[in-house]
Structures are given as structure tokens and as C-alpha cells.
Design a protein around this ligand. Structure first.
Ligand code: ZN
Length: 132
């Protein structure tokens, strides 16, 4: 048995079990799968996250372009404070530093501590053009 996330032509998402992928294909071809919300039989498998990561997927390339554009915009409009990001974010919050848009690096624990202290930060996905 395999578990599929499915989506109908009205964008309702639901889940169902099938004997195997051929079982899904056969049932879908015979309109035997109904959307539980609108009874549509135009059902396709919902796109799963791992598909997006495939480099030859044109949708993944588009997504990466959008992320790169977002990163460039952030880089243009923020000051890079590097590894002192957590400290600088706190100084700004305390009023010790002038409030401005900064970017930098923080470990998972540092980021969580900032969020727990009510300091607004958000993660930026690493870009394809920047090495690690
Ligand atoms: Zn539906």
C-alpha cells in the first residue's frame, strides 16, 4: 500500500491509500477517485516537496530563480553584520544600536533565542549562487 496526497481540479487536497502507483493510475483513469469535498473526479497527485528539489525540474529552476531574486533584494536593502547578527539584533532591540535592516548568520539556537525574546527575525533560504 502507498499513501498519496491528492488534489482535485478545485485545489482541494486530500489523502488516500492505493495498492501501488499503478493502482492509483488505473482508478484515476476510470474516474473512480472522488474528491471528498466537491466529488470531482479530476484528481492528480499533489506535488510533494522532494520533487521541487530535483535540479532538472523546470519548476524547481523557477523557484530557485525567485529565491535568488528575493535574496538579492534582501542583500541590497540590508547591512551585512555577519556572525555578530544575534548580538546586533539584541543591541537594536535594547536601543543600544540604531534600528536598521541587518542580515547575518545565526545558529539555530541563537535564532530560536531571539524569537523567544520577541525579536523579529526570519530565515532566508541559502541561494544557489552563494557557496557555503
Ligand atoms: Zn474538490
Amino acid at each position: 500500500m502507498i499513501h498519496y496526497r491528492l488534489v482535485c481540479d478545485a485545489d482541494h487536497e486530500f489523502e488516500s491509500w492505493f495498492r501501488d502507483s499503478a493502482g492509483f493510475d488505473a482508478q484515476a483513469a476510470q474516474d473512480l477517485i472522488h474528491c471528498p469535498f466537491c466529488q470531482s473526479t479530476k484528481i492528480t497527485r499533489a506535488v510533494m516537496a522532494p520533487h521541487v528539489a530535483r535540479t532538472h525540474d523546470p519548476d524547481a529552476a523557477k523557484l530557485r530563480e525567485a529565491l535568488d531574486a528575493l535574496r538579492e533584494k534582501i542583500v541590497e536593502n540590508t547591512e551585512d553584520v555577519g556572525d555578530s547578527f544575534p548580538d546586533e539584533a539584541r543591541r537594536m532591540e535594547d536601543g543600544a544600536s540604531q534600528r536598521r535592516a541587518i542580515r547575518g548568520r545565526a545558529s539555530f539556537e541563537e535564532a530560536r533565542a531571539l524569537l523567544e525574546d520577541g525579536i523579529e527575525i526570519f530565515p532566508v533560504p541559502s541561494g544557489s549562487r552563494e557557496g557555503h
